[in-house]
Design a protein around this ligand. Structure first.
Ligand code: HEC
Ligand code: HEC
Length: 249
């Protein structure tokens, strides 16, 4: 078994390397009792100023589903109607079924995703948010996720979708032909998810940053399923194909 605890590394996606290395440098701060992963305070302040700047535009759109007051902070990172925000690595939650959102929140709580010292730095941002929820909070959060309309963000990952279609054949058994997911197999929908997030999660499974903790049977199963993805190009190609499914109604 490979050890989970390895030094933080700078993730290999092209975006945001400055922020990630800032996180990497200051990870130790979490051990000194700072309540959030290092750098989070600054990023939240930054975000709140962005949010204030966008307020008039948000109001211009009608009938937006508002966050319940106690869950306002979810939308600060995950965006208006939880559509995701690549600037802070926060994925689109609007496509997630409630059973999957709930299980992922519990996965963070159980230390299956992003435990202390994990190289999954984006996951370390999310972990304290999940840890702060009690059972009622998790129920409210999943109800909130279920209440927003499904939204598919514009694609950002370049890859060979035709090649990706071949690789995706191995995924169909669990995630479905149209990437719609399968609750009885605990497999989430992939179509419509932020594509940069799919890339990062596939990298996390490949490196063992996700699906590397004993007991996390679903994660372990998914990690084994990435054996077919042998390179960064394979990951991009399969995600390019998943993007093409999102475009099909
Ligand atoms: C500080 C920013 C931040 C806040 C606040 C935040 N999140 Fe997140 N969330 C993230 C990031 C970043 C990720 C991606 C983590 C990763 O890559 O592993 C994430 C991931 C998730 C996931 C996993 C999605 C998936 O498909 O695997 C869920 C579910 C989630 N957040 C729900 C919530 C809820 C509910 C709230 C409010 C209680 C919340 N988040 C508040 C940043 C945030
Ligand atoms: C044997 C069933 C199975 C196969 C085959 C499989 N997956 Fe998964 N996948 C899962 C399960 C179960 C999860 C949820 C794991 C967890 O809770 O961490 C998952 C999670 C994921 C996630 C994380 C999504 C999120 O929102 O957090 C991605 C991305 C993903 N799979 C992509 C793929 C791709 C691409 C393939 C094919 C190369 C594939 N999977 C093959 C079962 C499978």
């Amino acid at each position: 078994m490979r050890s989970l605890r390895r030094p933080p590394r700078v993730m290999s996606t092209k975006r945001g390397s400055g922020l990630r290395s800032e996180f990497g440098r200051t990870l130790d701060d979490t051990k000194r009792g700072f309540p959030f992963p290092a750098g989070l305070g600054q990023r939240l302040i930054c975000l709140l100023s962005f949010a204030a700047a966008w307020m008039p535009f948000a109001h211009a759109e009608e009938n937006l589903v508002a966050a319940p007051p106690e869950l306002n902070h979810c939308a600060v990172c995950h965006g208006v109607e939880l559509r995701g925000n690549p600037l802070v690595d926060a994925p689109n939650l609007s496509v997630l079924p409630p059973w999957y959102a709930q299980r992922q929140l519990e996965s963070y709580q159980d230390g299956w995703r992003a435990p202390a010292g994990s190289p999954d730095l984006a996951g370390r941002e999310m972990q304290p948010m999940a840890a702060a929820l009690d059972a009622d909070g998790i129920r409210a959060a999943t109800a909130y996720v279920a209440s927003v309309p499904k939204y598919a963000p514009p694609p950002s990952v370049q890859g060979d979708a035709a090649r990706g279609e071949g690789l995706y054949r191995t995924c169909i058994a669990c995630h479905g032909e149209r990437g719609q997911g399968n609750e009885s197999l605990s497999s989430p929908p992939l179509a419509g998810q932020s594509d940069w997030y799919l890339v990062r999660q596939l990298e996390n499974y490949r490196s063992g940053a996700r699906g590397g903790v004993p007991g996390d049977l679903w994660g372990i199963q998914m990690r084994a399923s990435t054996a077919v993805l042998q390179s960064d190009a394979d990951v991009r190609d399969v995600v390019a194909y998943i993007n093409s499914m999102s475009a099909t109604p």
